[in-house]
Design a protein around this ligand. Structure first.
Ligand code: GDP
Length: 462
């Protein structure tokens, strides 16, 4: 999980708020102290942290004065949680919408950034990302400065089964970029990614070259690729690039290995440029879509229903027959256990468990910790459990497992639970847990029908 350490600390702070029997100024101060310390440790700018503290206090004070808590501590807790949640979102939200590629037309994206920041790797990841979502994607290698750049593109594009263009002999990057883009446009490619060379910040030639390539290929979006390890220095680097390449979006790479990632993200937000993706590893699929609200939600262990739904819809795009059915079920909040199992299986096929599991609300926190092998073993056990269910049970909303009293209210579990536990080689407790997680998921998906409903549902679950 991205920024696991920060997430754990924020989680711990929120848990101590939940344990507090009364919520007074002292409790709020302690909570804010813990939250701010966690943010500073991830290299978020001191001024931004101080302003978050002031804004949260002001918001909580205003809410309490208006009587929104109705004198109850539970309400006070959610007011505090909501105020912190909103301010954390503000911290990473530049308030600008990025360009969205459109189907059926060429969308040219030009990648710029310093050498070693992960530009070439990210270009391939981007092409794969869009290809999986049904866009005909390709890469143009216009990096003639670095020896071996074209070979790197050729190797990774071949591995990813993405079309590419480049030259071993042409030394003019502008000519290569123009030729490649023209060729792919003619061949009706929809996402054309132009990889430029990255040298050093001070080299004015590099900026000149970026401008010339930009003029030649007229990108719909220029993306800056930025390494998370520089933390809050990201602001200065982004500004320096912005002066020459008027980029519309940023991708922050190497978020997997750097404690300073939070600093980089908040610093970028300060430049009013949207972050569109985070690079979270060296593999082709290690690219996470970034949106402020789901990012904070995931960080706080609240899941990311929005992201999960996008995943589900992307999968459905690859199987158009299923698309309508899933969309309808999501809308009506009628996801069966079978649908849920299918989603778990799909996400297992989409990349390492730890990266995707955090999107699924209702999955236990332990699943998000530990190694990928441990996480995928836990998920496999969930699949074993559902494998032991009958078709009737799988297509249900879990009610066959619940015994109801005369008034129709659930009073306990049926013997079906024991049968499934025996059949799957698991325990009754594990089956119970799975049913409970499924119900939370179904409930959240239902809530997600309304805007922001998922957030409230997630907060209620805490
Ligand atoms: P470029 O010079 O900007 O084109 O950078 P490269 O794409 O060649 O990447 C430089 C190094 O960073 C390579 O070893 C990549 O595998 C690595 N890298 C790129 N993105 C990520 C990421 O998100 N996480 C990690 N851990 N490594 C990355």
């Amino acid at each position: 999980m991205v920024l696991a350490d920060l997430g754990r600390k924020l989680n711990a702070a929120f848990s101590s708020l939940n344990r507090a029997s009364i919520v007074d100024e002292k409790v709020l101060d302690t909570l804010l102290k813990d939250v701010c310390a966690a943010l500073l440790e991830t290299d978020v700018n001191v001024k931004l942290v101080a302003s978050l503290r002031v804004k949260v206090k002001a918001k909580v004070k205003a809410s309490l004065e208006s009587g929104a808590d109705k004198g109850k501590d539970v309400n006070r807790k959610s007011i505090v949680q909501k105020a912190i949640f909103d301010e954390l979102v503000q911290l990473v939200d530049p308030g600008v919408e990025p360009y969205k590629p459109k189907k059926g037309q060429p969308n040219v994206m030009m990648a710029v950034g310093l050498q070693g920041n992960g530009k070439t790797t990210t270009c391939t990841k981007l092409a794969v990302y869009y290809q999986r979502r049904g866009f005909k994607s390709c890469i143009v290698c216009a990096d003639t400065f670095r020896a071996g750049a074209f070979d790197q593109t050729r190797q990774s594009a071949t591995k990813a089964k993405v079309a590419y263009f480049g030259s071993y002999t042409e030394t003019d990057p502008v000519a290569i970029a123009a030729q490649g883009v023209a060729k792919f446009k003619k061949e009706r490619f929809e996402v054309i990614i132009v990889d430029t060379s990255g040298r050093h910040k001070q080299e004015s030639e590099l900026f000149q070259e970026m401008i010339q390539i930009g003029e030649a290929v007229k990108p719909n979006m220029t993306v800056m690729i930025l390494d998370a390890s520089i933390g809050q220095a990201a602001e200065a680097q982004a500004e320096a690039f912005k002066e020459s390449a008027n980029f519309g979006a940023i991708i922050v790479t190497k978020m997997d290995g750097h404690a300073k990632g939070g600093g980089a993200i908040s610093a970028v937000a300060a430049t009013k440029t949207p972050i569109i993706f985070l690079g979270v590893g060296e593999h082709l699929h290690d690219l996470e879509k970034f949106s402020p609200q789901p990012f904070i939600s995931k960080l706080l262990g609240l899941g990311d229903v929005q992201g999960l739904m996008e995943h589900m819809q992307d999968i459905a795009t690859q199987n158009p027959d299923k698309q309508k059915e899933i969309a309808k079920k999501l809308e009506e909040g009628k996801l069966s256990i079978r649908d849920w199992r299918e989603q778990i299986q799909n996400v297992m096929n989409m990349g390492p468990i730890s990266k995707i599991a955090s999107m699924i609300p209702g999955l236990p926190q332990e699943m998000l910790q530990g190694s990928d092998e441990e996480g995928s073993m836990r998920m496999k056990r969930m699949i074993f459990i559902t494998d032991s269910m009958t078709a009737y049970e799988l297509d249900s909303d879990g009610s066959p497992f619940m015994e109801s009293g005369k008034d129709g209210k659930p009073i306990g579990l049926t013997s079906r639970v024991t049968r499934v536990a025996r059949g799957s080689g698991t325990s009754v407790r594990e089956v119970e847990e799975l049913l409970c997680q499924y119900r939370m998921m179904a409930n959240m998906a239902k809530q997600a029908g309304g805007k922001n409903g998922w957030l409230q549902a997630a907060q209620k679950m805490q």
